[in-house]
Structures are given as structure tokens and as C-alpha cells.
Ligand binder design. Sequence first.
Ligand code: NCD
Length: 316
Amino acid sequence: MGETILIKNDFFQKDVLSLSQFDTDSLNLLFQKTDVVKAMSLEERAKLLEHKLITLLFSEPSTRTFGSFAAAVKLLGGQTLELTSPSENSFAKGETLEDTVRVLENYSDALIIRHPEVGSAKRAAEMINIPVINAGDGPGEHPTQALLDLYTIYQSAKQLDGLTGVIVGDLKNGRTVHSLLKGLSLYTGNTLYLLAPEELQLKVGEYKDSGLTLKVITDENEIPEYADFWYWTRVQKERFENKNDYEAIKNKFVLTEKLLNEKGNEKLILLHPLPRVGEVSTEVDKDPRAAYLKKQIKNGLYVRMALLALVNGQTK
Ligand code: NCD
């Protein structure tokens, strides 16, 4: 596999590498499956991946993506093979990604991969015939994060068309943002306000045919008061060559209670892919609109369960 194959309402044995494989019907199918999995008893769920072994090959740090995928496989009755420390596997001896995944293919029903290079998941998928799920390819994409983000926004706004969102932080390097924008571009009438330090602003030109209305802003005062969601992100320290450059801009925009009082509205939902490292003040956590650490995380588990079930053969 490995070519960018469209999902087209059929996830069975497909790679999930990018949000550009999706259309709105396929997202609907995934969200319906998520609701089904959520409503299942523990016993029913535990049959969905019975006798399957899913390999997690993670060569960058991860808490949520790794944790939720591993939990999802286990709760669905499957088993995991977990390679999470590149310094302790054969990458440290100089083995190529291509050889590593060809070996792992022999043991596994699917491969979930996180790797620091853009395009790494696609490269892996080109080498092997089991489904490959991209769990983050450097500053490229993070499709499953976007799937759970879209599901969470949908739960709150009851639609994915005609939304106004505010996206803040490292829009240049933030792979979750790249995937989320591709997802939102599948719908009509979405407007995104993009607030980032100048050096970390999105390459807006790359989205000129996306159908999205993108508004670059440079100050918190320009946040509209009628937004449906705020999507805050951290500055991606690991993508900086010079750590002083990182220190200089890391917390330029901080989500505080004061800002929320000034610019928030009742229907707003506050999202963050996490980890946060100072850019969302902990005083905001208790606000009922804060979905990070709560609903967004739980949804991550359910959406990943649904995705794994569909990729591994559950059709509905
Ligand atoms: C994100 C990632 O790894 O891209 N985390 C996650 O998977 N939820 C966001 C980040 O690291 O900033």
C-alpha cells in the first residue's frame, strides 16, 4: 500500500496517513461507529480485535496518542507489541525504517507509527501490506488527533459547517493543526482566525484552494467574540534548531481566565491536543467549556477504538 488511497466509506485494511484521504461521508461513518463503540458493553467491545496483534512503533515521546491507542487495542480484546524507545531498538544500530517495518509486518495485523520525519508513515506504508496508521510524522500530520478533534467539535457545535474557530500557537510545526485544517476544509463556510508568533504562522498560501477562510491575526484583541471553538497549541520545542529562539517565543500567547472572560461566549469549546507547557493557564481547567483533559481525551479513546475496529474488519 502507501499511495494516498481514499477511504471512501471503506476503512477495511486501509492505511490512515493523512486527512486528505477523507471525505465527509467517511468522517460520518467513523463518528457513527464511535457512537456505537461507546454504547457497547465491555464484553461486546472486547471481541472487536480478538486474536489481533497491533504494533506500536513510537520514535518520539507520546503520552496520549500512545496511551489511547494501546488502551484501545487492549479494551477491544487485541494485544499490542510496543516499541517506544528508539535508543533501545535496532534504530540505534542504524537499521532503516524500511527494514524495521518489514520485520514488524511479520508479527502484526496493523502498525501504528510515530516518527520524527515528515512522510515517514507513508514510507512505512509503501513497504508493507498491513494497515499503517500515522500517529504523527514530525511536523507533517497527525490524522487521528484531528479525527478526535473534529468529533469533539461536532459534539459541541452539532455541525462542522459554517464554524468560526480560533487556532493559536505553533501553526507552522504543529501537525495536529495541519490535519485539523484539512478536516475542516471538507465542509463549507468555515472561518479560522490564526494567532501565532510571526515565525510560527501557518503557510496560508498552501490552503488557498481549501475553501477555508483564513484570517491571520497578531494580537489576542483580534479574537472574535462569536467563535465556536478555540484550539490552543504549544510551541513545538523539538522542531527548533536554536533553543534561544524557542525560549523567546514559547509563551507569547497564553489562554487565561481574563482572556476567556473578555473574548469567550457561552457556546465556546476550548480544545488543546496537549501536552500544554504553560500556554493554557491552569485556572481555565475548571471552566465547563474546557474540553482538553476531559471530553477531548475520552473521545480520543473512543474514536481510536472505532478506527481500529473499522480498519480491522468491522464494516458498520
Ligand atoms: C501532539 C503531537 O504529538 O503532535 N500531541 C498529541 O499527540 N496529542 C501535540 C504536541 O505535541 O504539541
